[in-house]
Design a protein around this ligand. Structure first.
Ligand code: CLF
Ligand code: SF4
Length: 520
């Protein structure tokens, strides 16, 4: 393991001595962990950044865009630019051959030891391009057997492909299911291409829905983990997604990921051009909350590009362009399985230690009677590692957690403009960041300047740097205790809730990076 990895894995700090001796108290977890599921299932999800919220702080994914064609049309997609949302000159969509994709995977894996999963999620539909998709999986599984394979599909071709998916040991399949009622479906899908024929309207939606649900049943019968993605389209399928949730749960889906519609007019999609709005952060959370029961809800999706590389929420694809990959000699690629394993072992040690600390803190909270206090929302600036490790001014997104005495639950992220550009604070950005975090009582950061701190505090958001470079979830549990005790002692005035927070789509890590509508 190199120095970069060592640094990346700095052990989380221990809580103060007062917490000792409480380890057998509460066992509440914040996200599904080994105690919550079958060991066989845990083994499949523990290193997958999309299937485990905990894993997404430590592990990365990459997408290889080997699948350009699609067999349906969604009203939220503009395929003119390979399903890209943007038509800005200069945006180049790079397709990969299976051979170049496998070479790129090796190059990325040798640079980014935390990359554990390769997904095919576009730029069209992975299963509408079966030869390219499965050839890519074949080459990757031979060259890099420790990497998990993942694919995303609209489900139309799925029932015909389940055998091949199982043959290639693909453990994770995402099916995008936006409706189970063709009356709703005809407002989302203008056409599909099936059995050498173009189908339209309600007939198209009926065929698509039947194929999606059949494919889901066939996958779960083979113990392949299925995540269902649904795009929340206010006024079209928002209420209906509760019925979708019930149907997919019945058929054994492992995880449901309800995502906001992206419909900026400049993306040129049908919804964008006809003024269909996306949901607010509050509407999305309300729907996710109402679907949360026995089924896990994914809330940390970043609606990635079809060529994304890196941790969720960052995108390092610009470091691995086709030109750079083509120039690499395969003999120069150091695919070091031992270093990759060492990284994973270290992460597991860190996660185990963090779990114990969270249990201790939750137990302490119960002891102090904090379990009756209402939840609070706290935003966090992080660059990964599960730590509060980013300066306020450098954050392009904030992670938002709902915190109680027992748990710190990730509920979403808020994309923002950089506050600090070229060493100077931007007032307009600060105003928009304050609005984006308006429902939070605090924002935890590694560092924050006096000016933004004052503005945030005037808006009722405490800027907290006392937990700099500490582990996020234990810090949130500790902060909950401080905040609640402060409210009880009259030192802190609780914040009134309300308002609507607009969800922003757009660049993840740099200007010009835009998400594709094909979403894993
Ligand atoms: Fe990619 Fe999708 Fe596999 Fe993840 S993404 S194919 S399951 S490896 Fe993840 Fe990206 Fe959300 Fe997809 S954050 S869009 S859910
Ligand atoms: Fe096809 Fe995906 Fe675009 Fe829908 S979003 S039209 S499934 S490529």
């Amino acid at each position: 393991m190199d120095a970069k990895d060592q640094n990346f894995l700095k052990l989380i700090q221990e809580p103060e001595a007062e917490a000792s001796g409480c380890s057998e108290k509460s066992t509440c977890g914040t996200s599904a962990g080994p105690a919550d599921m079958d060991p066989e299932v845990w083994d499949k999800v523990k290193n997958h950044p999309c299937y485990s919220e905990e894993a997404h702080h430590f592990y990365a994914r990459m997408h290889v865009a080997v699948a350009p064609a699609c067999n349906i049309q969604c009203n939220y997609c503009n395929r003119k630019y390979d399903c890209s949302n943007e038509s800005r000159p200069g945006v180049v969509s790079e397709r990969l051959s299976p051979e170049l994709a496998a070479k790129k995977v090796l190059a990325v894996a040798s640079e980014i030891h935390q990359m554990t999963v390769v997904g095919i999620a576009g730029a069209g539909d992975s299963l509408a391009n079966p030869d390219k998709t499965f050839k890519t999986f074949e080459l990757i599984s031979k060259a890099a057997p420790d990497i998990k394979l993942c694919l995303s599909t609209n489900g139309l071709a799925l029932p015909d492909m389940v055998d091949r998916i199982a043959d290639y040991n693909v453990d994770h399949v995402t099916v995008t299911i936006n409706m189970v009622d063709p009356e709703v479906g005809e407002r989302i899908y203008p056409w599909i291409y099936y059995n050498k024929k173009r189908w339209k309207g309600r007939d198209a939606a009926k065929i698509l829905s039947e194929r999606q649900l059949l494919g889901l049943e066939m996958l779960t019968a083979r113990k392949i983990l299925v995540k269902v993605n649904s795009v929340m389209i206010p006024g079209v399928n928002d209420e209906h997604l509760k019925a979708v949730n019930r149907e997919v749960k019945k058929r054994g889906a492992f995880l449901h990921n309800i995502m906001p519609l992206i419909s900026e007019p400049e993306h040129g999609t049908y919804y964008g051009l006809t003024g269909q709005r996306g949901p607010t952060a509050e509407e999305l959370k309300h729907l996710q909350d109402s679907c949360e029961g026995e089924m896990n809800m994914m809330r940390h999706c970043r609606q990635c590009r079809a060529d994304a590389v890196g941790l969720l929420g960052e995108d390092r694809s610009a470091e691995f362009t086709n030109e750079k990959i083509e120039a690499i000699e395969i003999k120069d690629v150091a695919y070091d399985m031992t270093a990759r394993e060492a990284y994973r072992d270290k992460v597991e040690e860190t996660r185990e230690k963090e779990r114990k600390i969270k249990e201790m803190l939750a137990g302490l909270g119960m002891e102090k009677g904090l379990d009756q206090a209402p939840p609070i929302l706290v935003a966090v600036a992080t660059q990964g590692e599960g730590m509060v490790n980013q300066h306020f001014g450098h954050a392009r997104e904030f992670q938002v957690y709902e915190v109680t005495a027992a748990e710190a639950k990730f509920i979403g992220h808020r994309r923002v403009d950089l506050y600090c550009e070229g060493g100077y604070g931007e007032d307009d950005s600060l105003t928009r960041i304050t609005e984006a975090l308006s429902d939070c009582v605090a924002v935890m950061v590694a560092k924050v300047g006096g000016c933004p701190k004052k503005t945030l505090e005037e808006a009722g958001i405490a800027a907290v740097d006392a937990y700099a470079f500490q582990s996020i979830k234990p810090s949130l549990l500790k902060y909950f205790g401080e905040y609640t005790e402060g409210v009880r002692a009259g030192r802190i005035t609780p914040k009134a809730s309300g308002g609507q927070t607009k969800i922003r789509s757009g660049a993840l890590t740099g200007p010009g990076q835009i998400p594709l509508t094909v979403i894993g």
